[in-house]
Design a protein around this ligand. Structure first.
Ligand code: NAD
Length: 291
């Protein structure tokens, strides 16, 4: 039987609708309109598109958007000074510094200078620690979105055998932490894992965050498993054009899986929706408002 397709576009729209309602509720109860500041340094074309989309969607859900576009030659100190200014600004509840930063800037230093309670990317070591010890925190957006998609088709994650391929700080590790928080039995597989196909075949829930086009094959999938494909890879397509594919060989795996996310239209749209959700959470954390 063909797998159920998990429609990330539709589910992201549901998340944004909920965020818009949460914003209205915060305005009514506390006179508070959350604000998100996005800092873009340089001219990276993909980053420019992301920042434009983030700003547009921030405004769409009724929040304030502050955009800072700095030139490629901006010094590290100037960026650090801007972050300090935003840390102190009560109108700014979330701060996002778009990566990659130019080579002369120490990205880790900049990200670590963001107030952890305004760190809507969830990359600050304080938030990483809070996630692993189970405290209320800001969780990285892509794993949060991936978990929402998994729960749509697998509402009870307790005891589920989950395998996450990839151990990056941005996706793999926080994904594993989130699934552990949901009481899954979690295996983190990576480039040094032996017999990866056999490890994957044990998974009731398989999350692929590798960055290798269509690496996961049909015979790696346990029949009926839920497959979440985080990968975004640009590969040659037809007529000299390029196309996007995930880390999972979608067509063949969809023949075996119980449910699967497409690329594009799966995890991708969830990331910005979860960024908006994090901005509301950040505002609540700063004002000591319960969820
Ligand atoms: P990364 O390069 O930082 O990490 C990749 C991980 O995959 C590493 O931990 C590595 O150990 C593992 N890996 C590499 N080769 C492997 C192999 N042959 N077998 C098993 N494991 C292997 O990448 P990342 O930032 O975690 O991103 C992963 C993918 O997710 C990329 O395709 C990226 O574009 C995509 N991504 C998507 C979104 C989104 O919004 N949908 C967000 C972030 C990243």
């Amino acid at each position: 039987m063909a797998a159920q397709i998990i429609d990330g576009k539709a589910i992201a729209a549901e998340v944004r609708k909920q965020v818009a309602e949460d914003v209205k509720a915060l305005q009514a109860s506390h006179g508070l309109t959350p604000g998100l500041a996005v800092v873009l340094v340089g001219e990276d074309p993909a980053s420019k598109v992301y920042v434009k989309n983030k700003a547009a969607q921030t405004v769409e859900v009724g929040m304030k958007s502050f955009e800072y576009k700095l030139s490629e030659t901006t010094s590290e100190q100037e960026i650090l000074d801007l972050v300090q200014k935003l840390n102190a600004d009560p109108e700014v509840n979330g701060i996002l510094v778009q990566l990659p930063l130019p080579k002369h800037v120490n990205a880790e230093k900049v990200l670590n200078s963001i107030d952890p309670d305004k760190d809507v990317d969830g990359f600050h070591p304080t938030n990483v620690g809070r996630l692993w010890i189970g405290e209320r925190t800001l969780v990285p957006c892509t794993p949060t979105g991936s978990a929402i998609l998994a729960k749509k088709v697998m509402p009870r994650l307790k005891g589920v055998n989950a395998v996450v391929i990839g151990r990056s700080n941005i996706v793999g590790k926080p994904m594993a932490a989130l699934l552990l928080r949901e009481s899954c039995t979690v295996t983190i597989a990576h480039s040094q894992t032996e017999d990866l196909p056999a490890v994957c075949r044990e998974a009731d829930l398989l999350v692929a965050a590798v960055g290798r086009p269509e690496m996961v094959k049909k015979d790696w999938i346990k029949p009926g498993a839920v497959v979440i494909d985080v990968g975004i890879n640009r590969v040659p397509g037809e007529n000299g054009k390029t196309k996007l594919v995930g880390d999972v060989a979608y067509a063949e795996c969809a023949e075996v899986a119980g449910a699967i996310t497409p690329v594009p239209g799966g995890v991708g749209p969830m990331t910005i929706a979860c960024l908006l959700q994090n901005t509301v959470t950040a505002a609540k954390i700063q004002k000591n408002i319960k969820d």
